[in-house]
Design a protein around this ligand. Structure first.
Ligand SMILES: *[C@@H]1O[C@H](CO)[C@@H](O)[C@H](O)[C@H]1NC(C)=O
Ligand SMILES: *[C@@H]1O[C@H](CO)[C@@H](O)[C@H](O)[C@H]1NC(C)=O
Ligand SMILES: *[C@@H]1O[C@H](CO)[C@@H](O)[C@H](O)[C@H]1NC(C)=O
Ligand SMILES: *[C@@H]1O[C@H](CO)[C@@H](O)[C@H](O)[C@H]1NC(C)=O
Ligand SMILES: [Zn+2]
Length: 470
């Protein structure tokens, strides 16, 4: 009996060491050498993708498509008619492109409109102040708000001057360090000012460069803290008021904001696929967000991300390729209001999380690409590094840390590998959420390169014998 058990046991061990791979399980048995060889085998396909996207007949296509889209639709605020039209436009375009399983998945999204808004300095002199109300802001009362200004450069300074804030319009003139740090003033400025009894808050736009442009964005009120009207002003006007105030000059500003919040609206995440040949239930998700703020054209944020993601499926289809796993394009709705569409998508699909191989989002610009940002296990990172070597023909092979995006963070936090496109963002915040975000800031040649990287990565991951190890 013991001998029989021994024989059976040994047989099982030998089986496991041999080649009987169960691809559908999470069992991860091949060596890195095997995987390196498998990935190197994609070098011809990678060259074909690059040639078609960068040099061939698909050259400039993602840019041309983006241009038609943003010129036709314009900006696409959550809850707006334009966003509905944008979803219809994309649904039709994806169908006409011959993609599979094109469909819309419902989501409830915020509906806020800025209405008429303006601000003017009335003391010490008349001066018109360019503003953009922040998402979700309340309106000013019918008599407008006219109040003295208190300028601060930080939340600490605001606390030190807490006695002075009551009844004032607080102007935040914080220095720009980086977006992540500085954006706190936009998202929390109203709440911090309201806690001290301020009537409104005006926040220096979150950008390192300005030609008197206000930049909008999300902000949030806090339960138990009075809601006050809040808007961004230009770097120039924030600094003007800071200089006047440091000279001891009294500044008075009149603010009018006609913003309105309506009941949540019906919207959709837009989906299209290339269905996998061997493991159709397993998914590589590639994405960008279709909504934008209500200024400019949303060509950069996030038109670029949407159109290189669509381009990936177009290129793969055009080359007659079909990966083993399903490549799923998702165009998120209401990202700007806090990843609202993506949150609902996650709730609706998390039951299938074990079938998700990789989540990708491009939402940090599609300028000159510098590589891929990736979050995942060390083993998965090594695989991504091998895949990025396939981009040698365009000399963009780096794999950086911290891949992600607002719309894919739920998946990543729950252990799914995540990737985003790294690119030259030195000018990104110049245009971000402003009237300056138009097709003019996009470059067709840079978008070709972005699309090539996005396509090679998504195709190869979707076609490898095994899912990325978690
Ligand atoms: C693509 O755009 C670049 C830059 O504008 C231009 O030089 C090139 O001729 C365009 N290619 C095609 C096929 O239109
Ligand atoms: C400022 O504007 C007000 C209202 O339009 C006007 O009455 C006033 O004369 C202006 N002041 C100056 C100095 O122009
Ligand atoms: C889960 O995956 C299966 C197999 O692909 C599919 O039929 C089902 O609709 C999926 N369910 C969700 C909630 O995504
Ligand atoms: C490739 O990129 C590196 C920097 O990433 C640069 O130093 C090098 O000159 C580039 N080579 C070519 C052929 O463009
Ligand atoms: Zn965005």
């Amino acid at each position: 009996m013991k001998l029989l058990l021994f024989i059976v046991f040994t047989f099982v061990i030998l089986q496991c060491q041999g080649k009987p791979l169960d691809h559908s399980s999470n069992g991860y048995q091949r060596t890195m050498e095997d995987i390196k060889k498998e990935i190197a085998g994609y070098s011809e396909i990678a060259k074909e993708i690059i040639n078609l996207a960068v040099h061939g007949k698909a050259q400039n296509r993602s840019y041309e498509r983006l241009g038609d889209f943003v010129d036709t639709i314009g900006p696409r605020l959550s809850g707006s008619r334009n966003l509905e039209l944008a979803i219809q436009y994309m649904y039709k375009a994806l169908k006409e492109d011959g993609l599979e399983n094109v469909h819309l998945e419902p989501a409830k999204i915020p509906h806020w409109e800025r209405g008429e808004e303006w601000a003017k300095m009335v003391e010490p002199r008349n001066h018109s102040i360019a503003i953009l109300g922040l998402g979700g802001s309340i309106a000013t009362p019918p008599e407008d708000i006219t109040a003295e200004v208190l300028v601060v450069t930080s939340f600490d300074e605001l606390r030190r001057k807490s006695q002075d804030a009551h009844g004032k319009i607080v102007v935040f003139n914080q220095p720009y360090t980086n977006y992540k740090e500085t954006v706190k003033y936009r998202t929390r400025g109203a709440v911090e000012a309201a806690k001290l009894g301020a009537k409104a808050s005006l926040i220096k736009s979150i950008t390192q460069f300005s030609i008197n442009s206000p930049h909008t964005g999300a902000q949030s009120y806090e339960p138990g803290v009075p809601k006050i009207p809040t808007a961004c002003i230009s770097v120039e006007d924030a600094e003007l008021m800071a200089r006047m105030s440091s000279r001891g000059t009294r500044i008075v500003v009149t603010l009018r904001m006609g913003a309105k919040t309506y009941p949540d609206a019906d919207s959709f995440n837009t989906v299209a696929e290339i269905i996998g040949s061997k493991y159709p239930e397993q998914v590589v998700l590639i994405s960008g967000h279709l909504d934008s703020w209500d200024v400019g054209q949303g060509a950069m944020d996030d038109g670029g991300g949407v159109f290189i993601s669509w381009e990936a499926l177009s290129l793969i289809k055009e080359l007659g390729l079909r990966p083993k796993r399903t490549l799923r394009l998702v165009l998120w709705t209401a990202e700007e209001q806090g990843g609202i569409g993506a949150e609902q998508y996650y709730q609706q699909h998390e039951a299938n999380i074990s079938n998700v191989d990789l989540v990708m989002e491009s939402d940090d610009g599609t300028f000159m690409p510098t590589g891929l940002a990736f979050t995942g296990s060390a083993k998965a990172r090594n695989i991504m590094k091998e895949i990025m070597k396939l981009l040698k023909p365009i000399n963009i092979t780096n794999v950086f840390e911290n891949g992600g995006g607002r719309d894919i963070e739920n998946w990543i936090e729950n252990g799914i590998p995540g990737a985003s496109l790294s690119n030259d963002i030195s000018k990104y915040f110049w245009f971000h959420h402003s009237q300056g975000d138009t097709l003019t800031v996009q470059d067709p040649v840079e978008m070709n390169l972005c699309a090539a990287i996005w396509t090679v990565v998504s195709y190869v991951v979707a076609d490898l014998e095994e899912k990325l190890p978690v």
